[in-house]
Design a binder for this molecule. Sequence first.
Ligand code: R5P
Length: 325
Amino acid sequence: MNNMELAGKKKLILISGRAHPQLALDIADQLGISLLPTDARTFANGEIYARFDESVRGTDAFVIQSHCTPINEWLMEQLIMVDALKRASAKRITVVAPFYPYARQDKKSRGREPISARLVADLFKTAGADRIMSVDIHAPQIQGFFDGPFDHLFAMPILLEHCRAQLDSSTLTVVSPDMGRVRVADVWSQKLGAPLALIHKRRDPEIANQVSVHEIVGEVEGRVCLIVDDLIDTGRTIVKAAEALKNAGAKGVVVAATHAVFSDPATEILQSDFIDKVVVTDSLPIPEEKRWDRLEILSIAPTIATAIREVFGEGSVTGMFDGAA
Ligand code: R5P
């Protein structure tokens, strides 16, 4: 092989921020590679520094960060890593953000509000990202906020297989916990061959994370209700929904959600008697103290690893999801 041929060879590198190293290690393991040795630190005044210990010139670089608390710090670290890659001549840079930060601020619901999800996309672009990869983004239109390819992955296949294996679909009703998830819940309902119910939830725009349930639309009495959601933050949406369902005669409530944000008091209130089981993925780190016996955690690493392999090999990411969108 001569030098010209060598120069044309692609090289995949995987870099991890410090937020959720275990997920990055699991993805690397699935890909059969090692994470690129990286020196990332925070200085006394809070500034972040990152440097790669090996050359990244000409590489196809994937930078993974899970945006958990402290979310702004981890976002900044990922931006700094992207900047370092750009300045060190990486050929292509993909931001892997399993949980897209600020995704719930995707529109102006009232005057004088920001569209922070768009700002995040602009920041990634300015730092030097060529593409973004994320899982179950809160609103699909966020893909259009980034001027470049956006690989939108779905956790539904792994969550669905798990639920199918554990639950009897003849007694199951799929429940959307609010109007925003109806389309996704409808796909679940079709795939499981189970009826759909909806919850009309209302939030107080003046108070963050406050939820009240107004109405349940659909048959839930005597049924096992499977609530599907993209994320559980404080847990209030889910607990209020589960309470309303049990009060309406549901005989069981199981929750399947992609992103376990688990801000306080989620882990405490999700252990309520209204909820029989919660199934989530490890797109975000879940420390030991935030786990309980009726919580099941499924690995998202195979999904992300397969998508990275497809992007690197110029295959198909859409082909991974047979009508999951
Ligand atoms: C809402 O649109 C989302 O899909 C989630 O249901 C919500 O953000 C969860 O928040 P929390 O757990 O704090 O109620």
